[in-house]
Design a protein. Structure first.
Length: 225
């Protein structure tokens, strides 16, 4: 409440949204505490999102798919341009899309952002019960399969590898992170008999991943979606 009371007088004459107000409050709290790393999720689109007022040291673009097309555009090139707005000159950007739109590649070149793309600067492969990640500096083998998409896990670890040397994580820490990583509402099993799964898939890409996950389940009875 103290943080809200400090932000409110400053913003009372400004026409900002509830989300923008809470973003400022969160940033105020971050500044008051000695944090090692601040991880910010840029919301709708990227370029005009409230969180994008921060100049990040590393930016991450996971994948590009059709979502919020009324605000971002009707083509992947348009959507890619909006997402590319989170890049910063001379600061690395990791892109986990296998086929990033040209708008992302062009914007990175225009502002001199070092771009690290999946299948080019880093890549991964899955074995039976493990997977391997190759980055420009090391190869990590026999990694445990996470509950989240491998594509996202590879992107996250690539971003971690770009942190300053003082944040260098051990392979044991990466393994523990993969084993414990989960996201509420993403293929979350809340009951086993009958099997009940919650997933907030809301665009073609996430729906496709959900279908792949369901195909791997031993479902023999009627499936209700």
């Amino acid at each position: 409440m103290d943080a809200f009371s400090q932000i409110n007088p400053i913003c009372k004459d400004s026409k900002i949204t509830y989300f923008e107000f809470t973003t400022l409050t969160a940033l105020h709290l971050f500044k008051k505490n000695p944090l090692d790393i601040v991880l910010l999720e840029v919301g709708l689109g990227g370029r005009f999102d409230a969180v994008n007022i921060i100049d990040s040291d590393i930016s991450i673009i996971t994948t590009i798919s059709f979502d919020h097309t009324k605000q971002l555009g009707n083509t992947l090139e348009q959507i890619g341009f909006e997402k590319a707005g989170i890049m910063r000159p001379f600061k690395p950007c990791v892109c986990g899309d296998r086929h990033p739109p040209n708008s992302i590649i062009k914007h990175a070149k225009d502002i001199k952002t070092p771009l690290h793309c999946l299948t080019k600067e880093f890549n991964y492969s899955q074995q039976n019960n493990s997977w391997t990640l190759e980055t420009p500096t090391k190869i990590l083998k026999n990694l445990p399969l996470p509950k989240l998409p491998l594509q996202n896990a590879a992107t996250a670890i690539m971003a971690l590898s770009l942190l300053p040397i003082s944040f260098n994580l051990s392979e044991n820490s990466i393994t523990n992170g993969l084993l414990n990583a989960n996201l509420t509402g993403r293929f979350q099993i809340i009951r086993k008999n009958p099997l009940v799964i919650i997933d907030v898939a809301h665009n073609p890409e996430s729906a496709s991943f959900l279908a792949q996950q369901l195909a791997g389940q031993p479902i023999t009875e009627k499936l209700l979606l």
